[in-house]
Write a protein that binds this ligand. Structure first.
Ligand code: PDD
Length: 292
C-alpha cells in the first residue's frame, strides 16, 4: 500500500510564506462561495518541480479563460513556487496552487470591479517514485460512468463537484477511478486522462472542451514519439475499452498507471500490460534524468 500523503508545514498565501495551520482566507472568498477559481497540482521530485513550465502555461490559459488578470509573471511564479518547495525542505512533494477571484464584500455573481485574487499554495508529501518496482504494480480497478461535468473541462477550475461525485461513485464500487463517457465517446477519468491499447496502438481522446490537456498526458504522447511507440489522439469508442489489450490512466500525482479491471471485468489478461511497462520505464527514465 502506498503511504498516505501528509501536509507539509509551510503554505504560501497572498505573498507570504506561513505555517499552513495559520493560513486564513475570508468566507466571502469567491472560491468558497462560487468555486470561482482555477488550480494546478505540480509534482516535485528531489526538490525540482516537474514540468513546471507546462503547468504554469496551462494555469495561465485557465486564468485567461475565466478572466482573472495574471497576478504574476512566469519568472515570479517560478520563484514563489520554488520558494515554497524550499521552505518545506525540498525532496518529493506535491504542490497544490489555487487562484480565485478574491474576496469582495458582496456576494454577487458578477465579477467584482476591483478585487485582488486570492493566491494559495501548499504541499503534501509524495512517495519516492523509485522505491516501488514496476514488478510490484498490481494495477487499478475502474468503473465507467456518464460524464456529468460541464462543457469547459479544458479549464482546470476548482469547481469540481461533478468530479467529486464521480470519484466517490468509483470508491463506493470498490474502485480507484471512474472513466467517463460523453455522447458515446470516452472522455477522461474523474481525476486523470485515459489511454487505450488496441492491436499494438495506443489511443487517447483528443484534448479539448471535454478533455483536460493533462501535463502527464502530454508527456506520455511526447515519450511515445521519442521511443517509437504508435500513439494516436482520436475519438475512443467505449466498446474499445471492453476489448482493449490495455487501459491506462495518467495524472501528475499518479504518473501512468495500468487499469486491470473495468466494470468488474478484466482488462486484457487482467494484469499490467507490456506497453504500459515500456511507457512506465520511459517515464521513470525521463524523470530520473531531470533529477540527476
Ligand atoms: N487532476 N483530467 C482531470 C479531470 C484531472 O483532474 C486531472 C488531474 C487530469 C490529469 O492532468 P495532469 O496530468 O496535468 O495532472 C486529467 C489533479 C491531479 C487533481 O485534481 O488533483
Amino acid at each position: 500500500m502506498a503511504a498516505q500523503p501528509a501536509n507539509l508545514p509551510f503554505a504560501y498565501l497572498n505573498g507570504l510564506y506561513l505555517p499552513l495551520d495559520e493560513a486564513r482566507i475570508s468566507p466571502l472568498d469567491r472560491g468558497f462561495l462560487f468555486g470561482d477559481g482555477v488550480y494546478e497540482v505540480i509534482p516535485c521530485y528531489a526538490g525540482t518541480l516537474f514540468r513546471l513550465e507546462p503547468h504554469l502555461a496551462r494555469m495561465q490559459r485557465s486564468l485567461d479563460a475565466i478572466g482573472i488578470a495574471a497576478p504574476h509573471t512566469l519568472a515570479e511564479w517560478t520563484d514563489v513556487l520554488n520558494g515554497l518547495v524550499a521552505h518545506n525542505g525540498g525532496g518529493h512533494q506535491s504542490l497544490y496552487l489555487q487562484i480565485t477571484r478574491g474576496a469582495p464584500n458582496l456576494r454577487d455573481h458578477r465579477f467584482p470591479a476591483e478585487c485582488p485574487p486570492t493566491i494559495f499554495a501548499y504541499c503534501t508529501t509524495l512517495e519516492d517514485p523509485d522505491t516501488r518496482s514496476l514488478d510490484d504494480e498490481t494495477g487499478l480497478r475502474c468503473i465507467t460512468c456518464d460524464d456529468i461535468r460541464w462543457s469547459r473541462c479544458d479549464i482546470k477550475a476548482v469547481t469540481l463537484l461533478a468530479n467529486v461525485l464521480l470519484r466517490e461513485q468509483a470508491r463506493a464500487a470498490g474502485c480507484d477511478e471512474a472513466i467517463l463517457i460523453r455522447s458515446g465517446w470516452v472522455t477522461e477519468g474523474s481525476t486523470s486522462n485515459v489511454f487505450v491499447v488496441s492491436e499494438g496502438e495506443i489511443l487517447t481522446p483528443c484534448a479539448g472542451p471535454d478533455v483536460l490537456g493533462g501535463i502527464t498526458r502530454d508527456l506520455v504522447i511526447e515519450l511515445a514519439g521519442r521511443h517509437g511507440l504508435s500513439l494516436l489522439e482520436s475519438f475512443v469508442d467505449p466498446r474499445l475499452l471492453q476489448s482493449a489489450d490495455e487501459v491506462w490512466i495518467s495524472s501528475s500525482t499518479r504518473g501512468v498507471r495500468p487499469v486491470v479491471a473495468l466494470d468488474g471485468k478484466p482488462v486484457g489478461d487482467g494484469r499490467p500490460g507490456p506497453l504500459w511497462r515500456k511507457m512506465a520505464e520511459c517515464y521513470a527514465e525521463f524523470r530520473r534524468a531531470l533529477m540527476a
